[in-house]
Design a protein around this ligand. Structure first.
Ligand code: SF4
Length: 76
């Protein structure tokens, strides 16, 4: 089974990042740099913004490299 996604999670949300899909335009890092960080590992910090803000940014990802699901149904 091929597994190419990086998985990031907190109590509210799980975010996956698939590098081979990323367009590398840095849209996420430019628009929400407290979460999608350059030159830092792990590069996604889910404590950097509210879950709703993270979700809204992920929805702007043009390639689909970023995906999410909510761990609680009553959030966002
Ligand atoms: S917004 Fe999506 S395609 Fe653009 S750099 Fe971020 S993960 Fe890659």
């Amino acid at each position: 089974m091929e597994f190419n996604a990086n998985v990031f999670s907190n109590s509210e949300i799980t975010v996956t990042y698939t590098p081979r899909c990323c367009a590398n335009a840095e849209l996420c890092a430019q628009q929400l740099s407290d979460v999608f960080r350059r030159s830092v590992i792990p590069w996604i910090d889910l404590e950097g913004a509210q879950t709703e803000t993270i979700v809204n940014q992920i929805k702007k990802c043009p390639s689909g490299a970023l995906q999410f699901h909510l761990n609680k149904k009553d959030v966002a």
